[in-house]
Design a protein around this ligand. Structure first.
Ligand code: ATP
Length: 234
């Protein structure tokens, strides 16, 4: 079994007085793709933001290679090797494709990802490198967002609903890039509302319901009924 990379234990998170995560635990090994499923408001984005220092962690532990990173500022967490592809992409609208990618390399760690490697992964981005990023199609913008996160050479890539609003054929293209991304031991957390997409691309799944882990297991062992119950509570 590969090395344990990221360990989340008993995490609680709040927005003001409202608790969004309750005792959430999750594990990620080197080279693994893990899915996090859940309905709107289940706490998926909050979990991703907690892991990247964007939401304060109230209780519990986040360890990267056994080193605590919970409570570090976002820039420090990137330097330690965790990068987020945020929900809604959040590209810099006034910048070109290439400039957006370069912004992701601001806290660059050593590794194989640079703009040339991103252009090899997503050739269309090289063709459109000088265009404003937000003039691209939704799928291409998502490639820019993934490329920008890869530019820091993370060990853990967190992808928050990268399929949202995209056509099935585009979703397929984007998810087909995951094996290449993981080929040198990088691990990926895929946050999804789409059960089929998550089950196809992830070795293991976690379901969140109302801020709690309602189910976890290997993707091929979990049945659709189990997932539906854990996802919708029905
Ligand atoms: P979605 O799929 O709609 O993005 P999600 O599973 O990512 O949903 P979160 O965005 O993490 O869910 O939200 C979890 C809970 O926290 C929800 O009840 C939501 O209303 C609340 N919440 C999220 N962001 C904030 C915020 N900035 N301020 C207050 N409450 C928030």
């Amino acid at each position: 079994m590969s090395e344990m990379l990221l360990e989340v234990q008993g995490l609680n998170a709040f927005y003001g007085d409202a608790q969004a995560l309750f005792n959430v635990s999750l594990q990620l090994r080197a080279g693994e793709v893990v899915g996090v499923l859940g309905a709107n408001g289940a706490g998926k984005s909050t979990l991703m933001k907690s892991l990247t220092g964007l939401v304060a962690v109230d209780k519990g532990a986040i360890r990267l290679r056994q080193q605590p990173i919970g409570g570090m500022p976002p820039g420090e967490i990137v330097k330690h090797g965790v990068a987020l592809v945020p929900e809604g992409r959040r590209l810099f609208p006034s910048m070109t494709v290439e400039e957006n990618l370069m912004m992701g390399g601001y806290s660059k760690r050593p590794g194989r990802w640079n703009k040339h490697a991103i252009f090899e992964l997503f050739p269309i981005l090289e063709e459109k490198r000088s265009q404003p990023a937000t003039s691209l199609s939704g799928g291409q913008q998502q490639m820019v967002a993934i490329g920008r996160a890869l530019m820091s050479n993370p060990d853990v890539l967190l992808c928050d609903e990268i399929s949202l609003g995209l056509a099935p054929v585009v979703i397929k293209d984007i998810y087909e890039s995951l094996p290449d991304i993981c080929s040198d031991g990088m691990s990926v957390v895929v946050v999804e509302q789409d059960v089929i997409v998550a089950q196809q691309c992830s070795a293991r799944l976690y379901c969140l319901q109302e801020g709690r882990v309602s189910l976890e297991g290997t993707s091929d062992a979990l049945t659709r009924d189990q997932i539906s119950e854990a996802y919708f509570g029905i």
